[in-house]
Design a protein around this ligand. Structure first.
Ligand SMILES: Nc1ncnc2c1ncn2[C@@H]1O[C@H](COP(=O)(O)OP(=O)(O)OP(=O)(O)O)[C@@H](O)[C@H]1O
Ligand SMILES: [Mg+2]
Length: 240
């Protein structure tokens, strides 16, 4: 089943008299359980595409079908609701609230979802445990290492139990060793049946995905199985 399907998606930004065609025409299908990397030069449209796929933004034209639902025509509120239900987002700069503890940061999406305080604490603790940080629950972001901050952000993305994890340059601010730790975490998340999509410009990070989509000037340049992962073929055949 395609969990994500974009049909001829375009995104134009109008800046005064100038029109930026961030995405010209993007048609891609992603099956439930895939692990995909978006690559491509700076300005090729990777973040624009991720933001549309993640329901943070809408396309100017074209259709976006998420989990059998046409979300292209949705307004802000509907979009936010769909996002909270289906998607966890991780950013390059972690985007944690600086004055809040790890536990409070992770619990934040549960407030919007309407859980009681006791349930929020329990679920957030569990999410922190899943990323190996239960012993850092009371720390604030500036009391954590970069890798730990990103793990808190991953816990926050997953606390609502979404089926899709999206990550825009999740290792962009991390050293190699810490980057691989985050990628190991993504592997675990993927092996539990989640769909994972990440943007990266690092080839060795993209190697973790089984499929690599390269963008150029707002178009898909190539869309290939990762030849370095033998599992890739087996995985794609096992999905329907
Ligand atoms: N809000 C905006 N308003 C106007 N133009 C924008 C906006 N966001 C992005 N763009 C333009 O759209 C194009 C694609 O931007 P995007 O951020 O998607 O690129 P990217 O592939 O993520 O690049 P990078 O690797 O540098 O993060 C760029 O030319 C950018 O300047
Ligand atoms: Mg970007």
């Amino acid at each position: 089943m395609n969990i994500i399907e974009t049909r001829d998606i375009a995104k134009r930004y109008v800046m005064g008299t100038e029109v930026v065609e961030a995405l010209k025409s993007i048609t891609i299908s992603i099956k439930k359980g895939e692990y995909v990397a978006f690559m491509g030069p700076s300005g090729s449209g990777k973040s624009t595409l991720m933001n549309i796929v993640g329901c943070l933004d809408s396309p100017t034209s074209g259709q976006y079908i998420l989990n059998n639902q046409d979300v292209s025509g949705m307004g802000e509120n509907e979009l936010a609701e769909t996002r909270n239900k289906e998607i966890g987002f991780v950013f390059q700069t972690f985007n944690l609230l600086p004055r809040q503890t790890s536990l409070e940061n992770v619990a934040l999406p549960l407030i919007y979802a309407g859980f009681s305080k006791a349930d929020r604490t329990e679920k957030a603790m569990m999410a922190l445990k899943n990323v190996g940080l239960e012993n850092r629950a009371g720390h604030r972001p500036n009391e954590l290492s970069g890798g730990q901050r990103q793990r808190v952000a991953v816990a926050r993305a997953l606390v609502n139990d979404p089926s899709i994890l999206l990550a825009d340059e999740p290792t962009g601010n991390l050293d190699s060793k810490t980057s691989y730790e985050i990628m190991d975490l993504f592997d675990q998340i993927h092996s539990k049946g989640n769909t994972v999509i990440m943007v990266t410009h690092e080839e060795d990070i993209a190697e973790y995905a089984h499929r690599i989509v390269r963008l150029r000037d707002g178009l898909v340049e190539t869309d290939l199985l990762n030849p370095n992962i033998r599992k890739a073929k087996a995985l794609i055949q096992s999905l329907d």
